[in-house]
Ligand binder design. Structure first.
Ligand code: NAP
Ligand code: MG
Length: 453
C-alpha cells in the first residue's frame, strides 16, 4: 500500500507537494542497501572519503538558495534563518571532511609488545530528525557519521521532508556512492521505529520530544543499540541587576522567538533579579513588540509561523491557562501564526513555567539572590542551554558552573556552533553532537595487542 503526505506551507496553508511515505518493506530494503554499502565505504582510503565529503559540501554550497527556498516554503523559516541553515550543512560537511584523515587511536605502552586502539565505524546509523530545524539537525548527524565510515539512513520529520530529500540527491551528485546516505521520508511509527528494531542499524541518533526519546532509548536496549538523544528544553535566561539591562532586554526576544520559539534551546524562562525586574520588563515590551512577524517570503521577516495548526493549538492551550502581560503582532488570515507573547509567571508549578511550549511564549519571574537564581534555573527536569547576563566575572563563572545544562552563554545567547559540543544534561538528552569529538560517537573503540613473539 502506497501512502503519501501533502506538504503544507505553514505561512499560507497551501499544499506544496505530495511526498511518498516509505512502508516497512521499503524501509527494510533501504537499510539493507545501506548495510551492503558499508564495507566499501569503511574501507575507502580516508583521503578519498574526505574528498567526497568536501565535494558534497561544495555542491550544497552551490544550492544554498534552492535549499533555503525549499525550507521557507516547507517550514515557514525566515530567509535569514533558512540560508544560515543550508550553509550550516555545508560547513558541517567541510568541518568533518577533515575527520577521516585524523581519526587516530592511541598507542599505549605495554609489556611484551605494542598496544594500539582503533575507532571502528559501527555500520548503518539511523538518524531521526524533527521538523523544527530539518537541515542542520540532519547534518549534525550525517556529517560526522559518514566521516567516521558509517553508512546512514535518515528519516526526516513527516511535516518537513523536502530539504532532506534534496540533500540526499546532492550527495549522489557529489559522487557519494549509492546506499551510503539514504533519505527515507515516512512516519515515525514505521520508519523511525524500524531504525530501532532492525538489527543492521547499529546506532540511532534521535532529536525530538523527550517522550519519543524515552521510547527509543527503551527500544534500543533490546539490541544494546547505541543512541544519541537530543530532547526538549526549558532553558533559563538569567539577568542580574548589574547587567547591561538594555542589551539584555534587546537580546531576549530573539533568544526565545527565533524560529517562532520552535527551538529546543529557546530561553523560554527569563529570571530577572528583583531590583532590576520592573526596568527589565519595561525594556522588554518594546523589544517584543518590535519583532517583525511577517510572511517568511518577505526577506525582512524576523519570525514566521508555527509549523502546523496542531502546534498552534498546543501553544494556545498553554497561553489560555495564564494571563498575558503583553504580546507582539502577527499577520491575519491564513497561516499558522502566533504573536510573540510574554507572561509574568507567578508560580513555578504553572505549566507555562515547567513544560516546553515550543512556540513564541516566554515566562518572566523575579529572583532575590544568586543562589535563588541557580535554584530556580535548575528546578526543571531539562538541562539543555541557558544564558547569564552580568558584568561580574566571578558571578558569571559561579553561575555557569552552577546551572545544570549542556550549553551556556554569558552576555550572549549563542548555543550551537558546529565546532563545539552540543547536548543536554538530565532529561534533555544523552551524548553530545558536534565539536571535535563527534565522529567518535559514531565508532566503537577496538583495542589490539600485538605480541613481540
Ligand atoms: P517527535 O514526535 O519526537 O518527532 C521527532 C521525530 O521522531 C520525527 O521524525 C518523528 O516522525 C519521529 N518519531 C515519532 N514517533 C516515533 C517513534 N515511535 N519511533 C521513532 N521515531 C518517531 O516530536 P514532534 O511530535 O514533532 O514534536 C512534539 C514536541 O516535541 C514539540 O512540541 C516539542 O516540545 C518537542 N520537540 C523537540 C525538539 C528538539 O529539538 N528537542 C524537536 C522537535 C520537537 P514523524 O514526523 O512521522 O512524527
Ligand atoms: Mg510526534
Amino acid at each position: 500500500m502506497s501512502t503519501t503526505y501533502t506538504v503544507v506551507n505553514p505561512a499560507t496553508e497551501e499544499a506544496v507537494v505530495e511526498v511518498h511515505l516509505a512502508d516497512l518493506a521499503e524501509t527494510d530494503a533501504a537499510i539493507e542497501r545501506a548495510a551492503e554499502a558499508f564495507p566499501a565505504w569503511r574501507d575507502m582510503a580516508p583521503g578519498d572519503r574526505a574528498t567526497l565529503l568536501r565535494r558534497f559540501a561544495a555542491i550544497v554550497d552551490e544550492h544554498v538558495d534552492e535549499l533555503a527556498e525549499l525550507e521557507v516554503r516547507n517550514s515557514g523559516h525566515t530567509w535569514g534563518n533558512a540560508t544560515w541553515e543550508a550553509r550550516n550543512v555545508r560547513d558541517v560537511l567541510n568541518y568533518y571532511s577533515a575527520a577521516p584523515e585524523r581519526l587516530t587511536g592511541h598507542q599505549i605502552p605495554v609489556a611484551g609488545g605494542i598496544n594500539v586502539t582503533f575507532h571502528e565505524p559501527l555500520g548503518v546509523v539511523g538518524i531521526i530528525v524533527p521538523w523544527n530545524f530539518p537541515m542542520p539537525i540532519a547534518g549534525w548527524g550525517f556529517g560526522p557519521a559518514l566521516a567516521a565510515g558509517n553508512t546512514v539512513v535518515l528519516k526526516p520529520a513527516e511535516l518537513t521532508p523536502l530539504t532532506a530529500v534534496r540533500l540526499g540527491e546532492l550527495a549522489r551528485e557529489a559522487g557519494v556512492p549509492e546506499g551510503v546516505f539514504t533519505v527515507i521520508p515516512g512516519k515515525g511509527s514505521i520508519v523511525g521505529e524500524r531504525f530501532v528494531t532492525h538489527p543492521a542499524v547499529r546506532k540511532v541518533c534521535f532529536t525530538g520530544s523527550t517522550e519519543v526519546g524515552k521510547k527509543i532509548m527503551a527500544g534500543a536496549a533490546d539490541q544494546v543499540k547505541r543512541v544519541t538523544l537530543e530532547l526538549g528544553g526549558k532553558s533559563a535566561n538569567i539577568v542580574f541587576a548589574d547587567a547591561d539591562l538594555a542589551k539584555a532586554a534587546a537580546a531576549a526576544p530573539s533568544a526565545v522567538f527565533d524560529n517562532a520559539g520552535q527551538d529546543c534551546c529557546a530561553r523560554s524562562r527569563i529570571l530577572v533579579e528583583r531590583s532590576a525586574y520592573d526596568e527589565f520588563v519595561a525594556l522588554l515590551e518594546p523589544a517584543v513588540k518590535g519583532v517583525k512577524v511577517l510572511d517568511p517570503s518577505d526577506r525582512t521577516s524576523e519570525m514566521g509561523p508555527l509549523i502546523s495548526a496542531a502546534q498552534r493549538s498546543t501553544v494556545q492551550g498553554f497561553v489560555d491557562e495564564v494571563e498575558v502581560a503583553f504580546a507582539g503582532s502577527s499577520p491575519d488570515g491564513s497561516g499558522f501564526w502566533f504573536a510573540p507573547t510574554v507572561v509574568l509567571a507567578g508560580d513555578t508549578q504553572q505549566r507555562i513555567w515547567r513544560e516546553e511550549v515550543f512556540g513564541p511564549v516566554v515566562a518572566v519571574m523575579p529572583f532575590d539572590s544568586e543562589e535563588d537564581a541557580v535554584r530556580l534555573a535548575n528546578d526543571t527536569e531539562f538541562g539543555l542551554s541557558g544564558s547569564i547576563f552580568t558584568r561580574d566575572l566571578g558571578r558569571a563563572l559561579r553561575v555557569s558552573r552552577g546551572v545544570e545544562a549542556g550549553n551556556l552563554s554569558v552576555n550572549s545567547h549563542s548555543s550551537v556552533r558546529y565546532w563545539t559540543p552540543f547536548g543536554g544534561f538530565k532529561q534533555s538528552g544523552l551524548g553530545r553532537e558536534l565539536g571535535p569529538d563527534a565522529p567518535h560517537s559514531f565508532t566503537d573503540v577496538k583495542n589490539v595487542f600485538l605480541s613481540n613473539d
